[in-house]
Write a protein that binds this ligand. Sequence first.
Ligand code: FAD
Ligand code: SF4
Ligand code: SF4
Ligand code: SF4
Length: 370
Amino acid sequence: MEEEIKTFKDLTEEVIEKGICGKCGGCVSFCSAGELNALEMGKNEVPRYIDEDKCLKCGICYLICPQTESLNEELQEKFGWRPPVGDYQRTTSAQTTRKEIEKKCTDGGVVTSLLLYLLERNMINGAIVSKKTGRFARRAIVARTSEELVEAAGSMFSGSLHLEELGGEYTTYTPILSTVKSLEKGYLHDIAVVGTPCQINAIRKMQCLGIIPAHLIKYTIGLFCIENFSFDDVAREMLEKKLDINLEKIVKLNIKDDFVISLTKGVTIHVPLEEVHEVARPACFACKDFSNEYADISVGGLASPDGYTTTMIRTGVGASVFNGALSHGYIKERTFQNADENRIEKTKMLAKIVSFARRKRMRAEKRLSK
Ligand SMILES: Cc1cc2nc3c(=O)[nH]c(=O)nc-3n(C[C@H](O)[C@H](O)[C@H](O)COP(=O)(O)OP(=O)(O)OC[C@H]3O[C@@H](n4cnc5c(N)ncnc54)[C@H](O)[C@@H]3O)c2cc1C
Ligand code: SF4
Ligand code: SF4
Ligand code: SF4
């Protein structure tokens, strides 16, 4: 018997009503009835039917949603997935060689350096990155120049709160999928994307289905992600009281073993992740992927010393980009005293990634079993 196609109705029941929609916008942006206005992002950025009768019942929205299990078996097979963190060739710590990136980057500036390498060698003509637009606001853009790439580096929070942010939602999550959709209308042909595991998962599903313009994405750089945050004014006040800080004084946020908050005057505080769970996005508790298992290269700050990016080179495409950037002097790897130290440090690095990945998977399984 033919399997019944699941539609937005099923997505509503299985994802949205269960409170695990990540608000990525993929279903709305890629709805086959886009021109017919079947779907829209409703209140609080939750997708909904505008007119159910206009739905073509094609099932695309369900298939590409990162919160459903659809196509996961196909992806596992295609990427040679293996437990506990997916396939990878090797892990290492690396850093940028460029001063202008070092000043702005989150960890070692590897992401921006790899993108610069690709752009300056004409291997891409654009990269989807997240640009700071306000103190707690970022927007996905297609960076087409080296300057735009460097501008988007890091996770710095400078300047005072923008007026449009007051009374709004503060969030560390940047929806990038509508920007992927907009590539369809442009002249760009080879694109790199930086994204969270849920975003890369949706892109891989689109590539699996041959959905245009996902074929333009030639390189995926995946961020590690334990969770993202979203909060309003009320939660902001609660957070300030709880952590005993003024959010206006934050100059940089980072997530490594814990939540790392850098304040003005060089003060850094470490907050256990459990302490900020109240402002994490609910969908993140149902998400199983920490280390961005389907990216070409996965990156994070976890398990590397300050100033370095932990880098998992996963696919052949990822290896050629990393090795190219290394040999052309865009990045350099962390060096060790001898082979033994190298082996011990890399084993410790992998063990930490695995432990975070297991912790996240267990948390999701618990949430999904409710
Ligand atoms: C929301 C978020 C959660 C993260 N969680 C973890 C974690 O739990 N553990 C961990 O080890 N690492 C985490 N990381 C990754 C880590 O913070 C660094 O981004 C990573 O180590 C790369 O550092 P870099 O210096 O090489 O990157 P950089 O050279 O500074 O470049 C960073 C790139 O990320 C892009 N970017 C910034 N914010 C976003 C966003 N919200 N969505 C999509 N792209 C964005 C920028 O545009 C830029 O291209 C997270 C990153 C983000 C953005
Ligand atoms: S037309 Fe297709 S993508 Fe759009 S809502 Fe219906 S099933 Fe989903
Ligand atoms: S997670 Fe994304 S694709 Fe899935 S229902 Fe929510 S907005 Fe749509
Ligand atoms: S934890 Fe990260 S990857 Fe998972 S849903 Fe949240 S933002 Fe997306």
